[in-house]
Design a protein around this ligand. Structure first.
Ligand code: HXC
Length: 257
């Protein structure tokens, strides 16, 4: 049996996805994207999902970009189809109703950086390297980078990165807000475990509502977005979770969600 390109490990609703092409530094080709979409189809149907972690196999790379060997001979139409497939897969990952964490353990370039940008969290090892080096190959980002990068780090820094193709280290990525945390590679796994346990331990409805408020609100004018927040805030009072959370506070005990 051939090895899976996306390994899936499920720990009580915390699902870890590992892109498994370490010999090509986990570059994203059509086969990886097809497998990712199949995994997402399963995840989208689960209501016990608490958090998703995505990472790259091996110690060297998260994802070193879209697969250059596969793209090299593409016609414009084939390039459009490839980019559309990737955009769809990445959008579906982004739209999962639970927090999605990118565990960036090394190179995070091109399509890899674009994948990380679609995640709610990015946690990086201190040796991670980020960049959108597409212009060095005669193309531009095609997996959403020209749009999600300015939304994450602001247009000036996005223009800098997509027009120079320069690589930045983890500390600079942290400074510009591309990642949430940086830590020594040896501590990254333990931190990811702690983070996902924390996310999984919070009220699942509230965590989903919080993600939805931020994501959906970003696409709306402020008044509509604030109305959305109010609606979701009120919705939280409809279930048991809010009763348990607030009762636990008053009774000086830990909530059991
Ligand atoms: C295909 C890749 C690859 C990629 C690395 N490899 N990145 N294969 N596509 N994006 C392969 C190498 O060819 C090599 O295979 C093996 O992985 C190890 O890589 P090395 O280059 O030998 O490693 P190293 O010297 O450590 O350099 C690491 C690196 C370099 C700096 C990350 O590999 C690199 O610059 N990669 C390309 C990064 C890049 O430009 N990414 C953006 C792609 S464009 P062999 O068989 O020789 O061992 C993109 C556009 C998205 O993402 C939008 C499209 C629509």
């Amino acid at each position: 049996m051939s090895e899976k390109l996306i390994e899936v490990v499920d720990n009580a609703g915390v699902v870890r996805l590992t892109i498994n092409r370490p010999k090509a530094l986990n570059a994203l080709n059509s086969a990886v994207l097809t497998e990712l979409e199949a995994v997402l189809t399963e995840l989208e149907q689960r209501n016990d999902l608490r958090a998703v972690l995505i990472t790259g196999a091996g110690e060297k790379s998260f994802v070193a970009g879209a697969d250059i060997t596969e793209m090299r001979e593409k016609t414009p139409e084939e390039a459009r189809t490839f980019a559309s497939q990737a955009l769809r897969a990445i959008k579906r990952l982004e739209a999962l109703p639970v927090p999605v964490v990118a565990l960036v353990n090394g190179f995070c370039l091109g399509g890899g950086c674009e994948l990380a940008l679609a995640c709610d969290w990015a946690v990086a090892s201190d040796n991670a390297i980020f960049g959108q080096p597409e212009v060095l190959l005669g193309v531009i980002p095609g997996f959403g980078g020209t749009q999600r990068l300015p939304r994450r780090v602001g247009p000036a820094m996005a223009i800098d990165l997509v027009t120079t193709g320069r690589k930045i280290d983890a500390q600079e990525a942290l400074r510009i807000g591309l990642v949430n945390r940086v830590m020594p590679q040896a501590e990254l796994e333990a931190y990811a475990e702690e983070l996902t346990q924390q996310l999984a331990g919070n009220g699942p409805l509230a965590v989903r509502a919080a993600k939805q408020a931020v994501h959906d609100g970003m696409d709306q004018d402020l008044d509509s977005a604030l109305a959305l927040e109010t609606a979701l805030f009120a919705f939280c009072f409809a279930g048991e979770e809010q009763k348990e959370g607030m009762s636990a506070f008053v009774e000086k005990r830990k909530p059991n969600f």
